[in-house]
Design a binder for this molecule. Structure first.
Ligand SMILES: Cc1cc2nc3c(=O)[nH]c(=O)nc-3n(C[C@H](O)[C@H](O)[C@H](O)COP(=O)(O)OP(=O)(O)OC[C@H]3O[C@@H](n4cnc5c(N)ncnc54)[C@H](O)[C@@H]3O)c2cc1C
Length: 328
């Protein structure tokens, strides 16, 4: 039997979208080529309201964080796996310049209500969160394989697909080569490293440019590297050494490397994702370019797709396919 919608790609974007369609009672199938090189396989799943060297408050965080919290908590119940962990970030200043940026932004109220107590070494950010992306992807994949909804294969965009009224591109960095190839995408290779490191506070992410995320009492995750314009997913020794060095600088105990992950983040010039139908071919849709904020953006985009499919609502102009920074 034909199903109206096909999702291509079961990374974070395709997974959260599929689960939202399922919840809304909208029929779909999903095809995925495997997670090798997927950004979601390297993602720590951190949601940090104040990020980067210039301490930028994430756009629309006040609206998107509660939306993400509700969505992942609801998915925890549906999938029966823990996904959402609320944490604080101890943001350490890298230098005097960062401290001055903080003081100016704090005085101007730009970081409220997320920036808390500060001292000479840094300040506290709360709430922040961590979404267990690997657990989410594994649980959804098992569910859809069992239900016969997921096919493990590479979708060929060049082939006609009369079985589906709408095919939604959730292929992450590969969206640069699909039906939306004309958009102005940017990309950056990134790496994370799992390490053995006992004794971390389980509720605190330490961040000084690189971050240290406690996973269990004995293990942590350190990341992430950024290589703009690079799109291979080999995990080189240089990144491993850099991340080990960063972890050693943030931790009080010796650090032992475990697994290393690499992926390519796709984004746009305004660092906002893209969702909607193709202007010239409405049977093609997209839900991609989640950049370094996939955990935060995925539920927002999925909700917009559901509203669009159910009620014909337009997508938020901030993520629209046709917008000044995204148009080809
Ligand atoms: C090192 C690193 C650290 C990160 N840390 C964080 C973080 O802490 N917090 C955060 O929110 N975000 C983080 N991100 C960003 C986050 O990973 C991404 O925003 C998000 O995972 C993108 O998900 P996606 O589903 O769009 O793409 P992907 O995860 O790349 O998934 C795309 C999927 O599509 C499949 N696919 C591709 N082409 C085809 C085809 N033709 N047919 C079938 N299937 C296909 C692929 O196999 C893959 O499974 C990080 C990214 C990196 C690289």
């Amino acid at each position: 039997m034909n199903t109206p919608i096909l999702i291509v790609g079961q990374g974070l974007a395709g997974t959260v979208l599929g689960l939202a369609l399922e919840q809304a009672g909208i029929g779909f199938r999903i095809v995925d080529a495997g997670h090798a090189g997927a950004a979601s396989a390297a993602a720590a799943g951190i949601i940090n309201p104040i990020a980067g060297r210039r301490l930028v408050r994430t756009p629309r965080i006040g609206e998107l964080l509660p939306l993400a919290r509700t969505a992942y908590r609801e998915l925890e119940v549906r999938l029966g796996v823990p996904l959402w962990r609320e944490l604080r970030v101890r943001r350490l200043f890298r230098d005097e310049r960062e401290r001055r940026i903080f003081l100016a932004k704090q005085a101007g109220g730009e970081l409220a209500p997320f920036a808390g107590e500060a001292d000479a070494a840094g300040f506290w950010i709360a709430p922040a969160a961590r979404v267990d992306v690997p657990a989410l992807l594994a649980a959804a994949r098992a569910r859809w394989l069992k239900a016969g909804l997921l096919r493990e294969a590479a979708f060929d965009w060049a082939r006609r697909d009369p079985a589906h009224e709408l095919v939604i591109d959730c292929t992450g960095a590969a969206a640069r080569r699909g039906p939306f190839a004309g958009l102005k995408f940017e990309w950056s290779k990134g790496e994370t490293l799992q390490i053995a490191l006992p004794g971390l506070d389980p509720d605190v992410i330490v961040n000084r440019g690189h971050w240290l995320l406690p996973l269990t009492a004995e293990t942590a995750w350190v990341g992430a590297t950024h290589e703009p314009g690079v799109d291979d997913t080999a995990p080189p020794a240089a990144a491993r050494a850099l991340l080990l060095d960063a972890a050693a600088g943030l931790a009080a105990a010796p650090v032992q490397p475990r697994a290393q992950f690499a992926g390519v983040r796709l984004t746009t010039r305004d660092k906002l994702p893209v969702a909607g139908r193709h202007p010239a071919d409405p049977r093609r849709g997209i839900c991609a370019a989640l950049g370094g904020r996939g955990a935060l953006f995925a539920p927002w985009l999925a909700r917009q797709w559901v509203e669009h499919l159910r009620h014909g609502r337009d997508f938020d102009p901030a993520v629209a396919v046709v917008r000044p920074v995204a148009a080809g």
